[in-house]
Write a protein that binds this ligand. Structure first.
Ligand SMILES: [Zn+2]
Length: 491
């Protein structure tokens, strides 16, 4: 397996320290709804984790929550609630989004406010070793003391100084130095420390938490490319200075950023699309397919067309995995092994999900052809479903395809799956009514029934063998009852 590490700037053989891969990904600062950029990053690292597990590794995955920060304090003040309340609200909202996107939970979600003792311990250690100094109730990191500072961002101290130098403050020894501990202003949340009341800086949190939960050296550290500098550069400086152990991280993985048109998607440009907005319009599987269709290190351009295409692609997969085996599973099987191997090769090459997805779609087409030719497809379907679900994290529920015969006999309904009988019975009545309308050439009423059912997630398709009924979602009995009442039909 090869992975691209930002530190070396090239693909490297993946050799973790042990069979248990230690993985850390920077988490959210919960002061507002998570946006599609977060969605991309956490989907990408969810797939990284799933694939490592698929390849036989155990993965210990830690993701922090920065539940105290300037942004949280500012927003809470504006809303007239406590920072704690605000952080709690958006942390819950974040987990709801992650669950909806089928992102597996990390093993631990340490919160900054609950890790203050460890953070203080690391800061004190850095002071003791001369890497940090207290000033005015805050503590700063002495950047110039780290000879290889800039090695991750591949920038020299001088070039960084030119861009960051303006951010100096009176009490710092050097404009490049950054805060490990911030003295609190009156009215702000504050924790006791050897340097007075204050709160931790953002960078030190990740060093302290990864050290506490994963040890001195991580196998994988992930995050968006916007975190490379200064956040991850500072994490390296802090961690390696504190432990004396190099490297702090074996493989640095960074995902590309989401753009809207030509612009970066950002809070300051006001063009953020939240995960909830995307979820209102598109299925979680479509959002995942959209993200995984481009390489994780490339920028991803958010577009309605792109998501529509992903939704259609999802539907193609659903139809293929929901097909019945023409031999009832007893005929000669269609061999999907070559596709499985290609899929693994693509994923082994720095998690090339775009290529891996392409292979799954090729497999889907071949399954269709085989099914049409009367060859057994159920094993190949199993391969497709297992790779899509286990590695790519698609839910890919088997949709329910039913064929209602033109003979208007519900008894001839075949292939009924999952939907409760009470729902099936109601949909059948509506389909029967529509078939009758068509026989009587009452096209308007027939179309109306079809349109209204589609509004409830039930699509009808007229084929040679009868009406195909597809449930995109299972409607409630009540909604079907009121639809039947509208058309004057009784059960
Ligand atoms: Zn971090």
């Amino acid at each position: 397996m090869k992975v691209y590490s930002t530190l070396s700037g090239q693909k490297e053989e993946f050799l973790p320290q042990s069979d248990e891969v230690k993985m850390y990904v920077c988490g959210v600062t919960p002061y507002d709804e998570a946006h599609i950029g977060h969605g991309m990053s956490y989907i990408v690292f969810d797939v990284v984790k799933r694939y490592l597990q698929f390849r036989g590794y155990k993965v210990k995955y830690v993701q922090n929550i920065t539940d105290i920060d300037d942004k949280i304090i500012d927003r809470a003040n504006k809303l007239g609630i406590s920072p704690r309340e605000l952080a709690e609200k958006y942390t819950n909202s974040y987990f709801e989004d992650m669950d909806a996107l089928n992102i597996e939970r990390a093993d631990t979600y340490p919160r900054a406010t609950e890790e203050i003792p460890k953070i203080i311990e690391v800061i004190q250690g850095l002071i003791d070793k001369g890497y940090a100094y207290p000033a005015g109730g805050s503590v700063y990191f002495r950047v110039r003391k780290v000879a290889d500072y800039g090695k991750l961002a591949h920038r020299s101290l001088e070039s960084m100084r030119a861009t960051e130098g303006a951010m100096g403050s009176e009490e710092k020894e050097d404009a490049m130095d950054f805060a490990l501990w911030k003295a609190s202003k009156p009215g702000e949340p504050s924790w006791e420390s050897p340097w007075g009341g204050g709160r931790p800086g953002w960078h030190i949190e990740c060093s302290a938490m990864s050290l506490k939960y994963l040890g001195d050296t991580l196998d994988i550290h992930g995050g968006g490319q916007d975190l490379i500098f200064p956040h991850h550069e500072n994490e390296i400086a802090q961690s390696e200075s504190f432990t004396g152990v190099k490297p702090f991280v074996k493989y640095w993985l960074h995902n590309g950023l989401v753009q809207l048109g030509k612009d970066k998607m950002s809070k300051s440009l006001g063009n953020l699309i939240t995960i909830k907005e995307a979820r209102d319009k598109y299925s979680p599987d479509a959002i995942r397919i959209f993200v995984l269709s481009s390489h994780y290190r490339s920028p991803l351009t958010y577009s309605e067309e792109g998501l529509e295409a992903a939704e259609n692609a999802r539907e193609r997969l659903l139809r293929v995995v929901s097909r019945d085996d023409p031999t009832g599973g007893k005929g000669e099987a269609f061999d999907a092994e070559p596709y499985r191997k290609q899929f693994i090769e693509a994923m082994d090459d720095d998690f090339n999900t775009a290529q891996a997805l392409g292979i799954l779609f090729d497999l889907a087409s071949t399954i269709n052809q085989a099914g049409d030719a009367g060859i057994s497809i159920d094993k190949a379907q199993g391969t497709l479903v297992s790779l899509a679900r286990k590695v790519l994290g698609l839910k890919l529920p088997r949709i329910i395809v039913r064929v209602v015969s033109e003979a208007i006999s519900v008894k001839e309904t075949v292939n009924v799956r999952v939907a409760p009988d009470t729902v099936n019975a109601r949909v059948n009545r509506l389909v029967e009514e529509r078939v009758n309308c068509r026989k009587e050439r009452n096209w308007r009423r027939a179309d109306e029934i079809r349109t209204k059912l589609a509004g409830l997630g039930v699509t009808l398709e007229d084929t040679k063998t009868g009406t195909h009924v597809t449930y995109k979602s299972i409607p409630s009995e009540e909604s079907l009852d009121s639809l039947m009442a509208e058309f004057g039909i009784a059960l």
